[in-house]
Design a protein around this ligand. Sequence first.
Ligand code: THU
Length: 135
Amino acid sequence: MTPEQLVEQAKEAMTHAYVPYSGYQVGAALLCADGTVYCGCNIENAAYSPTNCAERTAFFKAVYDGHRNFSAIAVCGGKDGVIKGAFPPCGVCRQVMREFCSEDFLVYLVNDTGYETVTLGELLPHSFSAGEHMI
Ligand code: THU
């Protein structure tokens, strides 16, 4: 699975978004350590706060199926499904990633010309994690 292939899966995942309120379609493709890929989209709600982001949809699907080790995630998004700039993960999603991933976890931020690679440590510096702070 190349980064480019993961990016393509994130773009396909965008088309699954349920976004009657914002119109922003977001897609994520999460690569597990064993090579399995889980895709997610954002799923909005009339009460707004129950909305689930694309990244968390992908993580929760994977964790439900028993995965705990992850290598990378590709994320893309845009109004009406049109990708312009990068659509970086929100703070809640960054913290969910940190629950299962170390700071070297790779995040591919998709834009209109390709993608930019950042680490979870760059997105969430000085992070709180269960393994390091609760034992
Ligand atoms: N959204 C995501 O899916 N992922 C993020 O990390 C940022 C925000 C969604 C939530 C909402 O449906 C839409 O983007 C606009 O905020």
